[in-house]
Design a protein around this ligand. Structure first.
Ligand code: AMP
Ligand code: MG
Length: 275
């Protein structure tokens, strides 16, 4: 199955998240999915090495999803085996006063991956049309015009050599509650507990509408959104790693060849040894 085609949101189309089953695992069972995943992370690691060595282009992976959707787990399972030197992970929480003193894209742009790198955004500029909209942190008129800014910003990144892939991790209300409850009962997860997650959950319909608008308005040809069924962690990992690996393969980064002066250096060294 072509994972990218399966989960990509066609530009301008409306996804009904309520009708989209967060529990589905099309095309694979768990055993096959985990086997594929093990292969995909090796593909990503090798391709990342080539991207780094080539040093000309970059890949930006944007992760969005409700609390406990699995953004942190995705980063661990998909990018864990890569060379940390070549991956730049950025998490975007509540803006600091310095960040609030600038436009909303400022902090995001400064974290865009440099050439040769993979950038991973754990949340992103999309928070500025999600939580900001739902909590009414700016007037309606202000967030409504952001979709156009965001599309133009991402297109600029693409034009300048960054490939952009965006993933919405779709969890059902039941699975989300299960995971949030674990933070209350499992001491190892207590550090993730945040009362706000429960109040946000009670606004789920408003968030769903904000996510649906985001997917409709900002899945573009240059920077597509993918809706990943994320109730099953193994499937989520399998789907995202598969799409990332395929895209890197398509980018086909090239290991640079030895430059002219390197050849001369080799000849000199060989001459010395022979002489
Ligand atoms: P976490 O991902 O658990 O560390 O939580 C980060 C929190 O910061 C989430 O509740 C986000 O919705 C929130 N957040 C991220 N960006 C913004 C923003 N631009 N304005 C307000 N809240 C934000
Ligand atoms: Mg949290």
């Amino acid at each position: 199955m072509n994972l990218e085609e399966e989960f990509r949101v066609a530009p301008g189309s409306r996804v009904q998240l309520r009708d989209s089953d967060a529990d589905r695992t099309p095309g694979v069972n768990r055993e096959e999915g985990e086997r594929e995943h093990a292969k995909n992370v090796v593909r990503i690691r090798d391709l990342q090495h080539r991207l780094y060595a080539e040093g000309r282009r970059s890949l930006l992976v944007v992760l969005q999803g409700m609390d406990a959707a699995g953004k942190d787990g995705t980063i661990r399972h998909v990018f864990g085996p890569t060379n940390p030197q070549g991956v730049q992970v950025s998490a975007f929480g509540k803006p600091t006063s310095n960040e609030l003193a600038h436009d909303y894209l400022w902090r995001v742009h400064s974290r865009a991956p440099s050439r040769g790198h993979i950038g991973v955004f754990n949340r992103s500029h999309y928070e500025d049309v999600l939580i900001v909209r739902v909590l009414g942190l700016v007037p309606d008129k202000a967030w409504k015009r952001r979709y156009d800014h965001i599309n133009a910003f991402e297109e600029m990144l693409v034009d300048e050599g960054t490939t952009v892939l965006k993933f919405f991790l779709h969890v059902s209300a039941d699975e989300q509650l299960k995971r949030l409850t674990k933070r209350l009962t499992n001491p190892a997860k207590a550090w993730k507990y945040n009362a706000e997650d429960f109040s946000k959950r009670s606004r789920r319909p408003a968030y769903v509408e904000a996510y649906e608008d985001m997917l409709e308005k900002c899945s573009t040809k240059h920077a597509p959104w993918h809706v990943i069924p994320a109730d099953n962690k193994w499937f989520r990992n399998h789907a995202i790693a598969g799409i990332v690996a395929d895209r890197l393969e398509h980018m086909d980064p090239e290991l640079p060849e030895l430059p002219e002066d390197g050849h001369r250096m080799r000849e000199t060294l060989e001459g010395t040894r022979e002489g």
